[in-house]
Design a protein around this ligand. Structure first.
Ligand code: PHE
Length: 339
């Protein structure tokens, strides 16, 4: 009897099955009414009393082992059946939220794209600059108010180190390192020591354009800006150039575009003038060319610069400038684009 039990224990331990039916066949073979283990329990009646304790224990262990083994075999197949039946792989999943581009990046990319169609290539420069690149090389007289502590963030220990106040510093960097023809578009962040309000911030973004070649004229500048305006704001939009002053351009101008809110008739947005100011521009001052190592007798050029926030405001009518830097997702996710 003991030998039979030991043999069967061995067999049971090594049982395998390939599917549910085979498991059921094993159950019948060993545990059903006519099964081999049940038969041993029947034989148990004839075991002499003094052996009943030992053999009884072994028989119970064998039956438990067989029940567990069959259950675990059954589980492996039922689990796979379960995964096939219960998990519907065709069900749609929870929506995955993907981020959106920042409105200022959208505008920046759009502007860079427009100018790249005119052959302008991207150029960038450092935000932490020195006095020469931001002011000196751009013809700023020593007493110019833009150098004043009010406007510029200087580093206390070294007044030669400052945060650039305009992207015109990238002009200087490009002119001192490249030879004409130069045609660059330079987006970047700039800093000014201003009180923060709904219409001013201590940092904002500008885009600078610079074109230097032989015989570049004011007419070329006007044509490039007109093309940009129509691409950016629509075919109907008009431009107007007003004389202005910048130390680094001569002549200088301020460009206005016709107000698309009132169609030029005059409204609160355009302060009842029908025009909104969007950028500064002009012919690069020959003195600046010479300071940057470009022969002003041989070359001429134009430059323009404008604020990205201002263009974004015109496009999106954002009333408070501060929203651009608060990063409130409810604001940011309203701006969707494929780029
Ligand atoms: N740098 C000027 C500003 O910050 C803009 C400008 C750029 C004007 C290039 C003329 C030419 O206001």
């Amino acid at each position: 009897m003991i030998e039979k039990i030991n043999n069967l224990t061995n067999v049971i331990e090594n049982l395998t099955a390939n599917n549910n039916e085979e498991v059921e066949a094993l159950r019948i073979k060993y545990l059903s009414k006519k099964g081999e283990i049940t038969a041993l329990f029947n034989d148990f009646r004839d075991v002499p009393n003094e052996q009943k304790r030992e053999i009884g224990q072994k028989l119970n262990q064998l039956r438990n082992l067989a029940q567990e083994k069959i259950k675990s075999l059954k589980d492996t197949f039922e689990n796979t059946d379960f995964s096939i039946q219960e998990i519907d792989l065709t069900r749609p999943c929870d929506p995955i939220e993907i981020g959106t581009r920042h409105p200022l990046s959208l505008i920046r990319n759009e502007i860079v794209d427009i100018f790249s169609k005119l052959g302008f290539v991207l150029a960038e420069g450092p935000e932490i600059e020195d006095d020469w690149h931001v002011f000196e090389a751009l013809n700023f007289p020593a007493e110019h108010p833009a150098r004043d502590m009010q406007d510029t963030f200087f580093i206390e220990k070294n007044p030669d180190v400052l945060l650039r106040t305009h992207t015109s510093s990238v002009q200087t960097r490009v002119m001192t390192t490249q030879k004409p023809p130069i045609r660059v578009i330079c987006p970047g962040r700039v800093y000014r020591n201003e009180a923060i309000s709904y219409r001013a911030h201590c940092f904002f973004h500008q885009i600078e354009g610079l074109y230097i070649d032989k015989n570049v004229s004011f007419a070329d500048l006007k044509q490039a800006l007109l093309y940009f305006t129509k691409e950016m704001f629509g075919e109907k939009t008009q431009i107007r150039l007003r004389p202005s002053y910048f130390p680094f351009t001569e002549p200088s101008a301020e460009m206005d575009i016709s107000c698309d809110l009132c169609g030029g008739k005059g409204c609160a947005f355009c302060k009842h003038t029908g025009w909104v100011e969007i950028m500064g521009c002009g012919m690069v001052d020959p003195n600046v060319l010479d300071l940057c190592g470009i022969d002003s007798k041989e070359y001429s050029g134009y430059a323009f610069g404008f604020g990205v926030e201002r263009i974004a405001n015109l496009k999106y009518r954002v009333k408070d400038l501060r929203m651009f830097s608060e990063n409130d997702v409810r604001f940011l996710k309203q701006f969707k684009s494929s780029r």
